[in-house]
Each structure stands twice: as structure tokens, then as C-alpha cells.
Design a protein around this ligand. Structure first.
Ligand code: GLN
Length: 258
């Protein structure tokens, strides 16, 4: 064999090896969709040891569908709700699916997909409470999860002193902490997203609802600000699964029509 041919073969072999290593290693990150969530928001996201991913709920099943449609593996990053958009901006996750309502302040830090679910706030009280509607929250102590639209709604009521007197808002790190405070009598009511409120009422003794605050919110998937490529991909899949009934089927599984 001539020396030049030998060199060509060696170069080829090295190139092939490099390509092989790249397929094994480099593909890993690009092949995964990292979804940020806060898995304390049943029926949208919660820890579920029976599920292969370790998480259950509408958003988590939708996340799996999106990953499948995009030919990617799914990885869930569970974190505090208030840290989600910052974490995405700093690259800890690619998108956020967390029952997150679109609102102007959030649009400054992220882009939002087509809405996939409509929601209102619900008032949760103890079963023996005389509070029957938002009007009865006058002078009361209302608990919320800080950094949420439920907190915004309660703050808006508190600012309306003509109708709500000395209504005060207590902020908790988690919805479940607000519910605990309600059960132990530290507060008079909790304002939280309707379907999540219903789950808390279902899963805890001695609670009932006292009606809704019709905030007409829209849950959207958040993507990095300016990442139009990702936004287009997500909207493409949402469009598909909203039209072929797959999203409705997931919602119906967790929120059966009454
Ligand atoms: N929908 C509410 C919001 O966007 C609550 C979301 C949540 O706590 N996961 O603020």
C-alpha cells in the first residue's frame, strides 16, 4: 500500500470515529425537550409514582405528546412556580408548561404559545363557613400562592376598599400551604385556579367552594423570549392536537365533563 493511501485511510477512520462519537454524545442535548413546571398543581401537574415520567396531569401528558411529535425525549424539571421564567431565560429548560396564565408582565420575560386552556379563580372556604361569594370576603383574610394570578385577583379585591373593607391577602409559597392555613383557621378563604381548587376540595375533608372570580385566564406554554423557531414548533403541535381531539381526550381524562 502506498503511503498516501495509508494516510487517507487513517484520516477516514479518524473522521468516522469522530462522527460516531458525535452521534453518541452530541445528540443527547439536542434530542431532549426540557420542560419546566411546578408539580404541585393537580390536575395539571403533580408527582405520580405510577407514571413512567414520575409526573401526571394534563400539562405533563401534553408535554409528552409535544416531545413525541417533535421526535425528542422528554425531561421534566420541577421547580418553584415563581422561578420558572427566570430558569428558562438562563437555559435551565426549553419551555415552561405549568398552567401558566398569559399576562402582560410575563410577556416581558417570555413568549407565549396559543392558549390551550381557559380558567377562572375559585374561592375555597371551610365547609362550615358563611362565605358564599366574593362579596362576603369583605374584611376577611384571604390566602393565595404568591406570584400567581390568584394573588393578583385577591390583591385587586383588597385594593377595592369601598367594597372589601379591610380584606387582607396572605401569601404562601405553595397552594397547599394556603389550604393548610385555611384548614387550621389562620385565614378565611383561599383564592386559586378553579380546577386546582376543586382537587383540593376533593382531596381534603371539610372544604367547599364559595363560587368563582371570573378572570377569564388563558393557560399558554411559555418559550424563551425571541425563540420564534421553538414557538412555531410548539404552536404547530398545539394546533394539531387541538384539532385531532388528542388534547380534549387528555383534558377529559383529568377533568371529566360533569
Ligand atoms: N394560573 C396561575 C398563574 O398563571 C397559577 C399557575 C400555577 O400556580 N401553576 O399564575
Amino acid at each position: 500500500m502506498k503511503a498516501t493511501r495509508k494516510i487517507t485511510l487513517v484520516v477516514l477512520a479518524v473522521l468516522l470515529l469522530a462522527v460516531g462519537v458525535c452521534f453518541a454524545g452530541c445528540g443527547k442535548d439536542e434530542g431532549t425537550l426540557v420542560v419546566g413546571t411546578n408539580a404541585a398543581f393537580e390536575p395539571f401537574e403533580f408527582k405520580d409514582t405510577n407514571s413512567p415520567s414520575g409526573y401526571g396531569g394534563i400539562d405533563m401528558e401534553m408535554a409528552q405528546l409535544i416531545a413525541d411529535e417533535l421526535g425528542l425525549k422528554l425531561k421534566i424539571e420541577d421547580m418553584e412556580f415563581t422561578t420558572l421564567l427566570g430558569a428558562m431565560a438562563s437555559g435551565k429548560c426549553d419551555i415552561v408548561i405549568a398552567g401558566m396564565s398569559i399576562k402582560p408582565e410575563r410577556l416581558e420575560n417570555a413568549d407565549f404559545s396559543t392558549p390551550y386552556y381557559k380558567a377562572n379563580q375559585m374561592i375555597v372556604v371551610k365547609a362550615d363557613s358563611t362565605i358564599a361569594s366574593s362579596a362576603d370576603l369583605k374584611d376577611k383574610k384571604v390566602g393565595v400562592q404568591s406570584g400567581t394570578t390568584g394573588a393578583d385577583s385577591a390583591d385587586a379585591l383588597a385594593a377595592d376598599t369601598a367594597n372589601y373593607g379591610t380584606l387582607t391577602v396572605e401569601k404562601y409559597r405553595k397552594g397547599a400551604d394556603a389550604i393548610m392555613a385555611l384548614k387550621s383557621g389562620n385565614i378565611d378563604a383561599v383564592v386559586i385556579d378553579e380546577e386546582v381548587a376543586k382537587k383540593f376540595i376533593q382531596n381534603n375533608d371539610g372544604l367547599k367552594d364559595a363560587g368563582t372570580l371570573d378572570t377569564n385566564e388563558e393557560y399558554c406554554i411559555a418559550v424563551k423570549k425571541g425563540d420564534t423557531e421553538m414557538l412555531d414548533k410548539i404552536n404547530g403541535v398545539l394546533d394539531k392536537i387541538m384539532n385531532d381531539g388528542r388534547l380534549d381526550a387528555i383534558i377529559e381524562k383529568y377533568i371529566p365533563a360533569e
